[in-house]
Design a protein around this ligand. Sequence first.
Ligand code: ARG
Length: 474
Amino acid sequence: MSKKAWGGRFSDELDAVAARVNTSVDVDQRLGPEDVRGSVAHVRMLASRGIVSAEDAARIEAGLLQIEDEIRDGSMVWRADREDVHMNVEALLTERIGEVGGRLHTARSRNDQVATDMRLWTREACARTAAKIDRLLAVLARRAEGTVEVVMPGYTHLQRAQPVRLAHHLLAWCEMLERDRGRLDDAARRMNESPLGSAALAGTTFPLDREQTARALGFERPMRNSLDAVSDRDFLLEALSALSICAVHLSRIGEELVLWSAQEFGFIEMSDRFTTGSSIMPQKKNPDMAELVRGKSARVIGDLVSLLVLMKGLPLAYNRDMQEDKRPTFDAFDTVEDCLEVLTGALATATFSPERMRAALVEGFVEATEVADWLAARAVPFREAHHVAGRLVRLCVERRTTLPSLSLEDFRSAHPAFDESIFEAIEPEVAIERRSVLGGPARGQVRAQIEALASRLAARGVEVEPSSDRPEAG
Ligand code: ARG
């Protein structure tokens, strides 16, 4: 590694293994476009403050823009011996335009430079991920629209509990995902401040205009404290926390898709494009994408933990440890974005089985709450009503039958208040429709939720396509 970049102090070359540990360009070259953007804003500001001449600034900017083109078209040759993205861009610039390139780094340090690059990159990544969440939401809204009439058991403890609509279940996923989106938005908003001008840690003697660079880079304002600006990575911790929560949500959705795909449930069949076979068992069609989404959440959580542990003991201000912030950050975004895309495709093309879902309501006594509510609505104290319904369930278990198959006499033997209307009350469709409380599974509630979601999406420029699910299904 040439010591030229660090100047006169060094005479010996860096040890080979030290050079390997030192270099980060294999990872941080992803910051190339952000690095150029930051440098262009910086040099323009230097010129407007008369710190470099307009002519030098123009040559530097032209050189930077050419490098940016090469970064974007992939022709840029990244050199590991130039350590990191910042040194690569600067060294190449100086190689191209000569000594004047060296003026770019006036009143700047790689410390405020990398903090700026990471904020720019992560702000963009949050927006990109949020847009992918929206596309998944749009698919879920479309599937919900088409499955309002599909009824299924809702579960607690993975035991059939009460009947709901499939659309209601899909909308629950939407709520989870929309909060994830909100968390990414919040993180992006809070990180949107400019470290540039903080230099190494203590600002600079040059009369910089930090407002100008902040504005040029789309930041809300310059960061208030130069020590803080170069030394905290809480903005990454926030983004990765939001991503981890999102990954956990995707994992839970993945788990439900795995369960629903199992023959024991048979609620869903994933399309061939999102399933794989077995190398030994010819009958297998495995829900690998759902399993991988579940599995990859471990990676994202690991990325967050890496970053938390990386930061926990660091004194102010910049420490070189922080170079290790990039791999987990990039990995967390890449992983969540892939998971979002693959789930979007898998859910867009999966086939639901309304028949299997309806059939799952027959066993499991999901009508028991209805029986208790029926009595409670007729002045029987709920605790007693609960007890009566429990006795009826036990009777069914003993006779190996279901609640709707009991006779009115059976019901009356458990409590004299029962009349014929109990049989209608315990029909799943009727039970669901009576749950018209706000947020409940009744048709009107579910339809209103789908509409509200679709209009929130429309406000963000995302259309919900018309459903192709059978409307009469179920
Ligand atoms: N590659 C470094 C990083 O990512 C850039 C900052 C280097 N600063 C320094 N003082 N060596 O953290």
